[in-house]
Write a protein that binds this ligand. Structure first.
Ligand code: FES
Ligand SMILES: [Fe+2]
Length: 357
């Protein structure tokens, strides 16, 4: 039984990663081949030839126009995964077809639907418009995490760890000291966690990038759309500077910190991170600084979570965690993910029963 939630959209890659080279990535335990057609559309199909399972991403497999040719015996597949030619005979077996996956490229991200393709509804993909919008500059990356996705969810839903794990970067005492408020939109399946610090120390991450000297009003508003897209709406301003009544906010600095949490396997995760800002848009020094500091912060989490995965692997069953107020958001996220998993396995059982009838 897999702990990976099926019938969901996951971020498979940044759009920039996929071109006219064969690209392979394991998503939710499935080895998937990606490439762009000559018209620029991203395709996703199984990375295992139906003949003798040679990986299609492996040289000498190659693209020939809008087909991919297996490097072992030459089975040739179209962009929809259907085999169009086999060696030594003109008749192509009807069942010669690679599993193909629904994909949507939006907001610079390539989303893939894992599960029953008939259930893929692209309108359910959460949006992050700033990744691809005038007025924002983004740095991004992806770090491999040797830990299960749920550990990254826990980590991101509770930012009080910034004070301890990320001191000197984004953590200051006020983050851990300030209580959070948590709200759950059950119907939309979204968890909100807010922490508004009225008068806080400015950590180097923001002091150096914004140029603010002195203390700040710092807001952290998390919006998590399980299982994959996490958004931290971060607002930083000189102490006491608040948004105008009409919602405009010209004297604050806004940073959208996004993560896409995509299981690679049961026990490993693709940790996609993105930091978008609405200030110093063309300042390369700020861009380089934010890229380097955020990557360092992400790696601090990766190191800690890799340790936790090992701890969990080695412990006897029945370990009881103790949760406190700071964990409310993480617990809500776990609950929603469990519900999504139950819905998906319910749907799978229904389908199996229908097939058996
Ligand atoms: S394994 Fe691909 S053609 Fe034989
Ligand atoms: Fe962290």
């Amino acid at each position: 039984m897999t702990s990976i939630v099926q019938n969901q959209w996951y971020v498979a890659a940044y759009g920039r990663e996929i071109g006219r080279e064969l690209f392979s990535r394991t998503i939710c335990g499935e080895s998937i081949l990606f490439w762009r057609t000559e018209a620029g559309e991203v395709t996703a199909m199984s990375d295992r030839c139906v003949h003798r399972r040679f990986p299609l991403s492996q040289a000498p497999s190659h693209l020939d126009g809008d087909t991919v040719v297996c490097g072992y015996h030459g089975f040739t597949y179209g962009a929809d995964g259907k085999c169009v030619a086999v060696p030594g005979q003109t008749r192509v077996p009807r069942t010669a077809r690679l599993k193909s996956y629904p994909v949507v490229e939006q907001d610079t991200l390539v989303w893939i639907f894992i599960g029953d393709a008939d259930k893929a509804d692209a309108t359910r993909i959460p949006r992050a418009p700033w990744l691809d919008q005038e007025g924002w500059t983004t740095v991004s990356g992806m770090e491999p995490l040797a830990a299960r996705a749920s550990l990254l969810v826990d980590n991101l839903m509770d930012l009080s760890h910034e004070t301890y794990l990320h001191g000197g970067y984004i953590g200051t005492p006020e983050v851990a000291e300030t209580p959070i408020t948590t709200e759950v939109d059950e119907e939309a399946g979204i968890v909100y966690v807010s922490r508004h610090m009225a008068d806080a120390e400015c950590p180097p991450f923001y002091a150096k990038s914004t140029g603010i000297e002195g203390r700040i009003t710092r807001w952290q508003d998390i919006e998590f759309a399980p299982p994959c897209l996490y958004k931290l709406h971060s607002r930083v301003a000189p102490v006491g500077v608040l948004p105008n009544e009409d919602g405009t906010d010209p004297h604050a600095f806004h940073v959208e910190v996004n993560y896409a949490i995509t299981p690679e396997t049961e026990n490993s995760t693709h940790d996609f991170w993105m930091v978008s800002r609405d200030f110093a848009l063309d300042d390369e020094a700020v861009t380089d600084f934010l890229r380097e500091s955020n990557r360092t912060v992400v790696l601090q989490d990766v190191t800690a979570l890799d340790v936790l995965e090992q701890v969990i692997a080695g412990e006897p069953d029945g370990y009881q965690e103790l949760s406190i107020n700071i964990d409310t958001g993480a617990l809500a996220a776990r609950r929603i993910i469990a519900r999504l998993a139950a819905e998906a396995s319910g749907a799978a059982a229904e389908q199996a029963a229908a097939t058996a009838r």
